[in-house]
Design a protein. Structure first.
Length: 225
């Protein structure tokens, strides 16, 4: 069941402006695709979608395929190109594979999709669930071999690259000093690189995000909102 904090405004309950027919199966699906595209930080060369439960049984009829593929190519919820997104992907030599999984949802929710994108030597995976009204939650993120598990709505700031614990702590302190409202941090670090997700209580100002990118230009910043 969705909780009050899963929604930021009445528009999240009513649903966004979107290409129909369903906020959960279409608008939410676009946002899952958008989230994967944001993590990749480039146009995908290959898109693989694993559906579970309700998404697995209804994705064709509800346009979920078009929605996620369109989102993965950077289209928003009301972009007319969503209706032709799979054709557009083929025209641009973007591989699309869709897998209907028969087991229980990896997201512990019937509207679940695991989206895997490859492009320019980078591989990302995101497990997203559509909870209604166009809102989504992220259950897991994989980037180039590192993984974090979570259960959070948006906004989320994801950072990956070569960084140790002191550098990550310094970055987080910079965010807090500049007014970022961080609810929770989830991270995994090995000897070579880190993957960090910061769940935020409010939107991150564009100027602050750009300042971080300039200061930590050896890291990748993906702002999912």
């Amino acid at each position: 069941m969705a909780r009050k904090q899963d929604y930021q405004s009445a528009f999240d309950v009513i649903g966004p402006i979107m290409m129909g027919p369903s906020s959960s199966h279409t608008a939410g699906a676009v946002k899952i695709g958008n989230a994967a595209r944001t993590l990749l930080q480039n146009n995908p060369q290959d898109i693989t979608i694993h559906y579970y439960e309700s998404f697995a049984s209804t994705h064709r009829g509800h346009g979920t395929d078009l929605a996620i593929v369109g989102g993965a190519m950077g289209y928003n919820t009301f972009d007319e190109r969503i209706k032709n997104s799979i054709e557009i992907a083929k025209e641009n030599n973007i591989g699309v594979e869709i897998v209907e999984e028969s087991g229980s949802s990896l997201g512990e929710h019937p509207n679940c999709a695991v989206v895997k994108l490859d492009g320019d030597g980078r591989h990302v995976e995101i497990n997203g669930i559509s909870i209604g009204g166009g809102s989504i939650k992220i259950k897991s993120i994989h980037i180039d071999g590192l993984c974090i598990l979570m259960h959070h709505g948006l906004p989320i700031l994801v950072i990956d690259g070569a960084a140790n614990i002191p550098k990550i702590n310094h970055l987080i302190n910079d965010l807090i000093e500049k007014g970022a409202d961080i609810n929770e941090e989830i991270k995994t670090i090995n000897k070579e690189k880190c993957l960090l997700a910061l769940h935020l209580n409010k939107q991150l100002p564009t100027a602050l995000l750009e300042a971080l990118r300039d200061k930590y230009d050896d890291l990748n910043f993906a702002y999912i909102n």
